[in-house]
Design a protein around this ligand. Structure first.
Ligand code: ZN
Length: 412
């Protein structure tokens, strides 16, 4: 992860430099000056500091957001329009991924950089990026996203997951590639996919070789785990319990995430609480991309039971879907829409999931605009936070570690 103090702007030999963002309204409250010193918000400008001023013009200041689940390697963002064919089931979607990958004229590194730069300019401070690892591509996805991460260092923090989208059991060679990605030191987490459904092998052994492999790699290389779990009912809940047991047994509490977790979204009442308690006791986090009213996670109930939850974009304009734009404020809008929320405090809770929930999930300090917090925020025109979530104003200024990194939706 990027060192917050490494890129705080111009310095002098004499001492600190500070940037004062004048006339801004944190969370829509009264106008104040936000003072950034060495990448962190401060109470006051240090004596003798070289000061730079940025006029906020009475804009709202809001924390920049965290995208906990995105696939930059798959995107056709910025490419000529891609017309999708009908597809059913993961295997058909995956075949379409390979076709699109081969058809796109732009290398992964450039496509990923373009999308990630766009995300940062819309106010994303950090993301967890899944990159496909499969014999069809080798490690091109991981290498490409790692290259994009390097180009955006100081603007965007990126955690990289090696994701066996084609399965491990189903795709001979994927296991070796995951090992290679882990040994290469480029990834932060090893991924997985539907161990009891899509990638269940022949189903006769009663064991799960995908989970054996994924947890084995995580343990040997000191990596986190982030598993896509789309299956519902016992096919989803069985692996969820298995993942919780392995997490406890291997001492990986706090390092394991289950993405989507539609099986959890389908629960209610006591069943939901019991599953939440199991996840909380193993400190397993969940991510949702708010795909629909039926599959979005009940994040507030989960939080009440101690489960960490993050919000993400998922695929952006890829073979799976023409939708998505890597704009986390828009994703907050979608979360509110799919949850059917109406009250101000509910809209604010949706925003906080993307700001604080994501930061906690990725192990980043909370950007809450208080002294001591990272000077990571955006300035937008507006009246108050609930109204901003609904109206999605242009991100006029995006500040990272006290430095203006984007204006009017573009990196500077
Ligand atoms: Zn995904």
């Amino acid at each position: 992860m990027t060192n917050h103090t490494a890129d705080a702007g111009p310095r002098t030999v004499a001492g600190a430099s500070a940037t004062v963002f004048r006339d801004v309204r944190p969370f829509g409250g009264p106008a104040v000056d936000l003072i950034a010193v060495d990448g962190v918000l401060a109470d006051a400008v240090p004596d003798g500091a070289v000061v730079e001023y940025v006029d906020g013009g009475g804009r709202l200041a809001l924390p920049t957001l965290v995208d906990t689940h995105i696939h930059p390697d798959k995107t056709a963002w910025g490419e000529p329009w891609h017309s999708r064919r009908p597809a059913r089931g993961i295997a058909e979607y995956v075949a379409g991924d390979v076709e699109l990958h081969r058809a796109l004229p732009t290398p992964v590194a450039e496509r990923a950089r373009r999308l990630m730069a766009h995300a940062a300019a819309q106010g994303t401070r950090a993301m967890r990026a899944h990159a496909d690892v499969a014999p069809a591509y080798g490690l091109k996805g991981v290498l490409g996203v790692a290259e994009a991460r390097e180009k955006l260092r100081g603007v965007l923090d990126v955690q990289l997951v090696a994701f066996p989208q084609h399965g491990v059991e189903r795709a001979p060679g994927a296991a070796e590639l995951l090992e290679e990605a882990a040994a290469g030191g480029l990834i932060d987490a090893v991924g997985g996919i539907d161990p009891a459904g899509f990638d269940s092998g022949d189903g006769t052994s009663g064991e799960n070789r995908q989970l054996d492999l994924v947890f084995g790699i995580a343990e040997r290389h000191g990596l986190a785990v982030d598993i896509h779990l789309h299956d519902v009912g016992e096919r989803g809940l069985g692996p969820l319990r298995d993942i919780a047991a392995r997490t406890e047994a291997l001492g990986l509490r706090g390092k394991v995430t289950i993405s989507h977790a539609f099986a959890v979204a389908a629960l209610s009442g006591r069943e939901l609480d019991a599953t939440a308690d199991l996840l909380a006791s193993a400190d397993i986090a969940l991510t949702t991309v708010a795909p629909s009213a039926k599959t979005v996670l009940p994040f507030r109930r989960l939080a009440e039971r101690g489960v960490r939850v993050g919000l993400g974009s998922d695929g952006v304009r890829d073979n799976w879907s023409p939708y998505g734009n890597a704009d986390m404020l828009h994703r907050v809008w979608l979360l509110g829409w799919t949850r059917g929320v109406r009250l101000d405090e509910e809209l604010e809770a949706c925003f906080r999931l993307a700001a604080d929930g994501g930061a906690e999930l990725l192990g980043l300090p909370k950007a809450d605009l208080r002294p001591g917090a990272p000077a990571d925020f955006m300035l937008v025109e507006g009246e108050c936070l609930p109204q901003v979530v609904i109206d999605l104003p242009r991100r006029d200024v995006v500040v990272r570690a006290g430095r203006v990194v984007a204006r009017d939706g573009r990196l500077v």
